[in-house]
Design a protein around this ligand. Structure first.
Ligand SMILES: *[C@@H]1O[C@H](CO)[C@@H](O)[C@H](O)[C@H]1NC(C)=O
Ligand SMILES: *[C@@H]1O[C@H](CO)[C@@H](O)[C@H](O)[C@H]1NC(C)=O
Ligand SMILES: *[C@@H]1O[C@H](CO)[C@@H](O)[C@H](O)[C@H]1NC(C)=O
Ligand SMILES: *[C@@H]1O[C@H](CO)[C@@H](O)[C@H](O)[C@H]1NC(C)=O
Ligand SMILES: *[C@@H]1O[C@H](CO)[C@@H](O)[C@H](O)[C@H]1NC(C)=O
Length: 342
């Protein structure tokens, strides 16, 4: 009884697979450009034909391989490989095969995420994709060495995340030359040195994440003119005045300056009206919390562990924030902290 139902089930699945495959073949062509297919097989071989690539077999159409995406809908004779994403696999090991990847001459998106065995440095061959590669994610890998200066040669690049690797050395100033870059995440590495002043100056909406590094120095004066939507400088060794990031008409949504040694007077700071999240804890910020916070739609506010004084403004969203958001300041008082002494 059990055996026969198993056979039945298998037979049904087989029919369904055959029908689906026939329908797909009639409608689309899932084979990719032959050069792209050869490049993908070279990537597979460079990783020692790891089991991750089991679906990458020469006799199947490569647009159907896992982790591969192609352009077009198959009406064109040869589809191009535009995306490769290698994710969540601890058995992928060894250096990033830059030369093989660079043979994917139409590649627009390259993603490595949570592949801790991939190691070595970021290969220069990636610059051969200068005209096409718009998104590069190398996240949670074993890759070490510098953030290479040559990445700026990839002029198509608009989105670059190199977070959670073992990168060391400075942020290259050349990243400030990139014409299309608007999203830069270098968080959770071991970077040192200061922020290059011209970073993201060309972006109409800029996202910068540098948290959890060993960066020092101040916020560049040039940042006053950058259209940041998000800036996260938390957990570094930054100091000085960061108030130029703020201002009434800025598009800022999220600011995290926590766990640094920033020191400036918060009293006179004009917070942008649309600000959603403001994390300033663990710095040397002084003055008062601006009264305008009560008129804003803040969803997160934390100013704890600073040298602020005065009364915690009451009203608006302020009731959402508990005493942990205000604790450990020099002279802050009033709800949710103990009452002020008159
Ligand atoms: C991977 O498999 C291909 C095809 O079977 C073979 O030519 C190549 O040598 C293999 N590479 C490695 C590193 O095992
Ligand atoms: C990369 O990892 C392998 C082990 O998987 C190791 O033998 C090799 O030395 C590592 N290379 C670098 C540059 O860390
Ligand atoms: C890409 O690099 C090549 C070789 O350096 C150069 O000729 C070409 O103009 C570059 N293309 C773009 C879009 O930057
Ligand atoms: C902070 O700035 C306010 C005016 O915006 C000023 O009244 C106050 O004295 C300043 N505090 C310090 C400690 O400089
Ligand atoms: C505010 O920051 C402090 C210090 O980092 C932390 O202990 C507290 O939990 C934070 N409060 C909230 C609500 O996140």
């Amino acid at each position: 009884m059990r055996a026969s139902s198993l056979v039945d089930h298998c037979a049904t699945s087989l029919v369904v697979v055959v029908l689906l495959t026939a329908a797909a073949a009639a409608r689309t062509n899932n084979e990719c450009h032959s050069g792209d297919k050869a490049a993908l097989l070279a990537i597979k071989s460079a990783f020692g034909n790891a089991s991750y690539f089991n679906s990458w077999t020469p006799d199947t159409p490569c647009c159907e391989w896992t982790s591969v995406s192609c352009s077009g809908d198959g009406s064109a004779a040869a589809r191009r490989v535009v995306g490769v994403s290698l994710v969540d696999d601890a058995s992928l090991a060894g250096p990033l095969p830059g030369a093989a990847i660079a043979r994917l001459t139409a590649l627009q998106q390259l993603v490595l995420n949570n592949v801790p065995g991939v190691n070595g440095t970021i290969p220069r061959d990636l610059t051969r994709l200068n005209a096409t590669l718009g998104l590069l994610d190398i996240i949670s890998t074993g890759i070490s060495g510098p953030v290479p200066s040559f990445l700026s040669e990839i002029t198509a690049l608009s989105y670059l995340s190199l977070s959670s690797n073992k990168l060391t050395g400075p942020i290259p100033a050349s990243l400030g030359d990139m014409p299309n870059l608007y999203f830069l995440d270098l968080g959770y590495n071991r970077l040192t040195g200061t922020i290059p002043p011209l970073l993201l100056r060309k972006a109409s909406d800029a996202y910068l994440y540098l948290s959890h590094n060993k960066l020092t120095g101040g916020v560049p004066a040039e940042f006053a003119a950058v259209h940041f939507w998000t800036i996260d400088l938390s957990y570094n060794g930054f100091k000085g005045d960061a108030s130029s990031l703020f201002g009434a008409n800025k598009p800022l949504l999220n600011v995290d300056l926590s766990h640094n040694a920033f020191s400036f007077n918060l009293s006179g700071v004009q917070l942008p009206e649309g600000l959603n999240s403001l994390e300033l804890s663990h710095n040397d910020i002084y003055g008062d919390i601006p009264e305008m916070v009560v008129d804003m739609m803040l969803n997160y506010l934390n100013v704890s562990y600073n040298r602020l004084s005065g009364v915690v403004p009451a009203g608006g969203n302020m009731a959402w924030f508990d005493q942990s958001c205000f604790q450990h300041n020099k002279g802050l008082c009033g709800s949710p902290l103990p009452p002020c002494k008159h």
